[in-house]
Structure formats: structure tokens, C-alpha cells
Design a protein around this ligand. Sequence first.
Ligand SMILES: C[S@@+](CC[C@H](N)C(=O)[O-])C[C@H]1O[C@@H](n2cnc3c(N)ncnc32)[C@H](O)[C@@H]1O
Length: 341
Amino acid sequence: MSTSDYDVDPSPIHHFGDFYFAYNAMLAGIEIGLFDLLAGAPATAEQIEQRLGLHPRLTGDFLDSLVAMGFLERDGEQYTSTSLSDHYLRSGSPTTIVRYLKGAQSRWQRLPEALKTGEPLVRVPTPGATMDNLREGKDDWRLFFAWADYLAELRNRWLAGEFDWSGITDLVDFGGGNGSAAAYIARENPHIHATVFDLPNAKVPFDERMAELDMTDKVSFHAGDFFVDPLPEADAVLLGGMLIDWSEDQRADMLRAVYDALRPGGLVLSGSHLIDDDRREHLASMTASLNIALVSQHGRVPRIGEGMSWLQRGGFLDVRAQPLGEFETLLIGRKPQGSSR
Ligand SMILES: C[S@@+](CC[C@H](N)C(=O)[O-])C[C@H]1O[C@@H](n2cnc3c(N)ncnc32)[C@H](O)[C@@H]1O
């Protein structure tokens, strides 16, 4: 069947193209220091041009595009940053994700090269190496958790507000980092006693985050290495973004630790990107998988069915998957009633 020119709808190209332009305007704002300049210091377009050395020809459309995207506010002639840009896009913010956005920008520009060589574009870490760097103090925990919080924010809100937590009293957030997920869940569901299980280095960022969220003493921190130390006993164990970027053996060990910690009938909950089994729909998960492939040799986002099989192989029953917010999938499995801890 031939398609006449009249039948070809270019809207998808416009749609993605518009986002591409807008995203690049945001990155340019980071690059020239716009969000640093305007944090708490309103300025007119002319003052911005002078301070950042910009030519006036493009400034108006550039600044107002950022207003339309929610990264700047305009009051009369004055522009200021918004809480969104100040939180995430100012380089000196404690919750900045600038370093990660710049890294992703330079990698994605080299996608054609990676497609041809099949090689990652950065030094290839072994599975779990990111964590080894953190454990050994080679990376900045606060910046890492700012990035993890940015990635997990929608998931954490959804879990806190939409998941049915009735019947769960003791929740362990496995690799719960600075405690954002546990705190959101415990705040919305006060009957839950939530414990973050993470490496000892995560305790300082955890304490800081709990103070920020006014949840100090409402979520516990249990320091340990889940490959070595037992988890506290629980009715549910949450794994937020935890099952990707590990070898098969490591993943099996992690799920064994979860299984052992659960009371009979307890739930394992794994929330992360997963690709639909037919590989046609979950665009954000497929591009997330490509993104992982650009920085690691073996990391990738699996299909939903594969994720379910991990839980089944771990001994969990009634394994099911359901959408988690707009982009992710929640896997749920149950420890058999008859089994002991
Ligand atoms: C990718 S982050 C995920 C953090 C959080 N669950 C989220 O959704 O943002 C992985 C977490 O696992 C923790 N972790 C890695 N290896 C660990 C280990 N062997 N024992 C305990 N925690 C570990 C890290 O410290 C980090 O907080």
C-alpha cells in the first residue's frame, strides 16, 4: 500500500523537536550561568546581557522560553529563577543535578558513535562499581543522592500516596539512601514504621534529609551491607531503582536477603523503569536503558516479564506488575505464608 504525501502526519517530529529545542535552551541556561546569576537576584534582560556577555538579539526569546518552561519568572521587566531552577539547576545548590545533566548531554551527542562501536562512552565500571566508589568515598554522596532523589521523586510520591499500605507495619527501604522514599511513605501513612537499610556512609545524608523533611526520629536508619548483613524483620521491603546495574549473582543475593527479612506473607516491592514486553510503548524506559548502556557494558533496563522472573526465581509467589506513575513499573511479590524467616 502506498502512502500519499497527504497522509503523512509530521506531528511526532514536531513534538519531539519542540522538546529538543526547549531542553537545549535549559542546558544553555546552565552553561552560561543564568540560574546562578538569577538566584535571589532579579535582573532585567539588559542587566543579564551585560553580566553574562550576551548579545541582545536572542535574549528576549531565550529568557521568555525559560519563563514558559517554568525555569524563570518574569515580573514587569525583571527576571528571577524559580524554586525549580534554583533547586536543581543552580550549580551551587546542595541538590544540584547540573553535573549529571552535563554528563548526559555530552554522551547523547555521541550516540551515533556508540551505536557504531557498541562500546560505552565512559570508563566501564563493573556491576555495582558506582556503589563501590561511594563506599570508598571516591564520589560525593550528597550530589549522588540529589541525583537519585531527582530520578525517584515521582516514584516516591506515587508510592506514598497511591499504594495501599494497609496491612503493612514494618517497612524496610532496601538501599533506601538518604531516606526520601521512606520519609514520604511514613508521612502519608503514619501507621508505618519505616527503616532505611543502607551503607554506613549514607547516614550523614540521611540525617540531613530527615531534618529537611521534618522527619527526624520518624524513620530509622539501619547501617549494613546487604551482601553481608541481615536486614531487620519486615512486612514489606521496598527496592527503589535497586535491581538494575548488578550481576545476576548479586541480584540473586539481594533478593535472598529480602526474602530472609520478610515475615511469611510479606511483600517485596520493586519500583523502577521496566520495558513493556512487546517493546513498543515504554519510551522513557527504553531511553533510560540506552542511557545506561552509554555508561556501562552490561547495564540495561529489562522487560517487565524478565523482572517478574527475578522475583519468581527468588521464591516469591503471586508476582505481578502494575504501572507506577507515568513512567515506571511496580513489581510485587509475596513470600509464601508457610515459610519461616
Ligand atoms: C541507585 S541508589 C538507589 C537509592 C534509592 N533506593 C532511590 O530510589 O533513589 C542505590 C542505593 O543502594 C545503596 N547500596 C549499594 N550497595 C549497598 C550494599 N552493599 N549494602 C547496603 N546498601 C547499598 C547505596 O548506598 C544507594 O543508597
